[in-house]
Design a protein around this ligand. Sequence first.
Ligand code: GNR
Ligand code: NI
Length: 179
Amino acid sequence: MSLLPILRYPDPRLNKVAKPVTVFDERLKTLVNDMAETMYAAPGIGLAAPQVDVHEQIIVIDVSEERNQLQALINPEIVTASAEKALFDEGCLSVPGIYEEVERPARVTVRAQDINGDFFEIRAEGLMAVCLQHEIDHLKGFMFVDYLSQLKRNRIKTRMLKEEREKKKEKAKGTGKKR
Ligand code: GNR
Ligand code: NI
């Protein structure tokens, strides 16, 4: 098991479109295990492969209080979405510290494959519906900040870049490097 580094907004690799998984092998199982470990350690309620720089259609989710209801979805697709919408204060491990309200369909049905390639369907509402839609967006290179106004998005981008610069400075200090 290993922790994977999470890409941070506005890294352009977060906008790449993920490819379908065609081979359900040991490598996929290891990747899903590493993604789950990374999600729990963060901690987060979901993680999409593009966030760890793997551009394949893989997500892991656990919205349970006890953190013991791991689900892996391979090649997930939204098959139905309710006309009714719901607002939710969303965050993202790739945009740490930022929370903004996003409106999405209140209920969705998602079809996906499991780790063995077998198809299944999930009907979800509430937090699970939000999380599924948020993760499936990542597979399309889309992030929750893309639903916000350009003004808000630009403020977030500036804040993230500033934090990154400050982090680099801190690191350089530690190694006695100047920048
Ligand atoms: O951990 C996460 N919390 C969260 C809260 C509200 C709406 C969506 C999420 S998903 C996020 C983990 C993440 O970034 N997944 O891509
Ligand atoms: Ni996210």
